[in-house]
Write a protein that binds this ligand. Structure first.
Ligand code: SF4
Ligand code: SF4
Length: 121
């Protein structure tokens, strides 16, 4: 399968996960967001406007998917937004949906040779 190594700023030219899933979160996370950007989902959950539909597209997503994108509420985005990490399963699922090449997940191995080292402060 075709895949590629990611770069740190890959999200800035992607945005696929912001327009592929329903982005829901505990309602209180929406308090700092503009009111019109969220909608109630259940008694205790809200979601981003535009994501609770057949073809989700978050209202806060600015720019064109696969080109140049940004999040209008980046500093107060929900925990669900932060959960998606570059090259994880959800990321690559969303990218495939937009015909973008998925990323190769990079495993970070636990260090095995740093016992007895003190942290330099
Ligand atoms: S799909 Fe992956 S690369 Fe694209 S914006 Fe989301 S986390 Fe970033
Ligand atoms: S709030 Fe921002 S990060 Fe979260 S889905 Fe919408 S555009 Fe993406």
């Amino acid at each position: 399968m075709l895949s590629q190594v990611t770069t740190q700023d890959a999200c800035l030219s992607c945005g696929a996960c912001c327009a592929h899933f329903r982005v829901s979160f505990y309602w209180a996370e929406g308090i700092p967001m503009p009111e019109q950007y969220t909608e109630p989902l259940t008694a205790v959950y809200s979601c981003m406007q535009g994501t609770n539909q057949a073809q989700p597209y978050c209202v806060a997503l600015e720019g064109g998917i696969g080109e140049q994108v940004s999040c209008a509420i980046y500093t107060v985005r929900s925990s669900s937004c932060k959960e998606v990490q570059i090259a994880d399963e959800q990321c690559n699922k969303a990218r495939r949906a937009y015909n973008m090449i998925p990323f190769i997940p990079i495993e970070t191995a636990e260090p095995i040779n740093d016992d007895d080292f003190d942290q330099v402060v």
